[in-house]
Write a protein of this length. Structure first.
Lengths: 269, 250
């Protein structure tokens, strides 16, 4: 069976020691008042790979991402990035937001360069870097446009370029493609695969789409709610090298999507 | 509006009211209302006088200093209230009380505290303008998109950077709205202050004209003040619309 041989599933996070770990979360708990968002969650993210956090709404995947980003403080437990304990936001991590979070009063180039601007990089230097990334995400010619003049997909390209421009080792993406249309989303997913290959960065990707998670990920962590926990870690293996066009009809891809749906189905009302 | 196929320019209804005024004035119904033509003639002669120009300069000074302090104190206070729960809890009741309070009643107290001069008038002006500026800046900061705040933090913005590069701009449409209403209130404040204290600026002028039954002069100065207040408000509304254009697209 392709499913059992190709997709290794593990209940713990430390099963696979073959990868260098870029980010690890240890025994993270997070309460919002009475509500327990995360409970004793441990997970490791291999260097240079894309890990998806997938789960039904309310399972705490965005909360976990924000804790890794340093935007939220865990009630207990700790996050390490490259062996360094996380105490707040840092230059080793960059965030891509679901709603893009662009400055509406600033041009594309200023938005892309904003992370560098906050770090005190000189204007000419940061704009040169920004121009480079604007070209890489395919927005050449829109440097001086304003966010409201762009489509949703183009805005997220700006958000992505901004995150890439600060050259962080870890990219945190919070449902980055959920606010763009289906065709743009597919293009984004294909581009993301190329990005993971080229950039040698660690990607942590929150999504609620099973197909998207399986399509883009080296490792899918399935989070379940009440109590919030990592129920499974799935590593798709056989279809990664077959080219973007063949993934969606690969038997392993289809099996994994099916398997995940089976385990998530009962959490959907 | 169109009349008999002609498109009427804005505010042409004022002509009708002007004519009505002229008619009542000409009929000699009351000494209180001189004909509009006489008022306008007086207006031009009054504008040239030293007394008027001195009053205008004093009023402008009190107004500018008052508004400027209201803006400089009000915006940071409002932003701080929007960002900090504790400050908000401490100040919000007072801001709301003063916003709706009849501040005119406070002027005599201010006179006792700050003397009968310019200082009391400036403080009156500030007190009229500042509360709505604070409230609007606070509201502007409160509506800032949560992820914009997260964005600034995650890219390592210092509190100063976050304030000047994100919060201030994101709240700008609301802040400008507050400044516009604040300035309109300041116009009232500066005049009320002068009328009650009545030894400087237009207050002194009104006092002088009213005491001598110079109704033409009285109306002329009043028209100038109304026109000034209206012009200031329109300029601000125009600026606000230009900013809101971007704000609406966010």
């Amino acid at each position: 069976m392709p499913q059992t041989s190709a997709a290794e599933t593990a209940t713990g996070a430390t099963e696979d020691t073959a990868f260098e770990i870029a980010v690890s979360t240890r025994n993270i708990s997070k309460n919002f008042g009475e509500v327990e968002a995360l409970n004793d969650l441990s997970l490791e993210f291999p260097l240079g790979q894309l890990t998806s956090l997938l789960g039904p709404s309310g399972c705490g995947k965005t909360t976990l991402l924000k804790i890794i980003a340093g935007l939220l403080e865990p009630t207990s437990g700790e996050v390490e990035v490259n062996g360094q304990k996380v105490t707040g936001p840092g230059p080793d991590r960059a965030f891509v937001f679901q709603d893009f979070a662009l400055l509406p009063w600033a041009s594309v180039i200023r938005n892309v360069a904003f992370g560098l601007e906050l770090r005190g990089v000189a204007r000419s230097e940061r704009e040169a870097v920004a121009e480079d990334y604007i070209r890489q995400v395919g927005l050449s010619g829109f440097e001086n446009a304003y966010p409201h003049e762009l489509s949703g997909g183009m805005r997220q390209r700006v958000g992505l370029a901004r995150a890439l421009a600060v050259d962080a080792e870890v990219l945190l993406m919070d449902e980055p493609f959920s606010a763009v249309d289906e065709q743009t989303r597919r293009k984004f997913q294909e581009d993301l695969l190329g990005l993971v290959q080229d950039q040698k960065k660690t990607f942590i990707f929150v999504t609620h789409s099973i197909e998207e998670a399986v399509y883009v990920s080296d490792q899918v962590a399935i989070l379940l709610p009440r109590p919030s926990r990592v129920s499974e870690i799935i590593r798709p293996s056989s279809f990664r090298g077959k080219g973007v066009d063949n993934i969606r009809r690969d038997p392993e891809y289809l099996d994994i999507v099916d398997e995940i749906w089976t385990s998530l189905r009962r959490y959907v009302e | 509006m169109t009349l008999l196929g002609y498109r009427l320019p804005g505010m042409s209804s004022l002509i009708i009211w002007g004519l009505l005024w002229e008619a009542v004035g000409q009929s000699g119904l009351t000494f209180f209302i001189p004909p509009l033509s006489e008022v306008v003639a007086t207006l031009f002669s009054v504008i040239g006088t030293d007394a008027f120009q001195k009053a205008l300069a004093e009023t402008a000074y009190a107004f500018c200093v008052g508004v400027l302090s209201a803006i400089c104190i009000g915006i940071p206070t409002g932003i701080l209230m929007g960002k900090n729960r504790l400050v908000d809890e401490l100040l919000l009741p007072w801001v709301n009380v003063f916003l709706s309070a009849p501040l005119t009643a406070l002027v005599p107290v201010l006179m006792v505290l700050f003397g009968f001069g310019m200082r009391a008038i400036i403080i009156t002006t500030t007190l009229f303008a500042i509360w709505i500026i604070i409230l609007n800046a606070r509201a502007g900061v409160k509506q800032i998109n949560r992820s914009l705040v997260d964005m600034a933090r995650s890219f390592g913005a210092t509190p100063m950077d976050a304030f000047f590069k994100v919060y201030l701009w994101a709240a700008l449409p609301e802040i400008l709205g507050g400044i516009r209403i604040g300035i309109i209130r300041a116009v009232k404040g500066v005049i009320i202050g002068q009328l009650l204290i009545s030894i400087v600026g237009f207050g002194a002028l009104f006092e002088l004209y009213a005491a001598n039954f110079l109704m033409g002069h009285f109306w002329a100065v009043l028209i100038v003040l109304f026109a000034l207040a209206f012009t200031i408000s329109e300029i601000l509304a125009y600026l606000e619309r230009k900013v809101s254009y971007y704000a609406a697209k966010r």
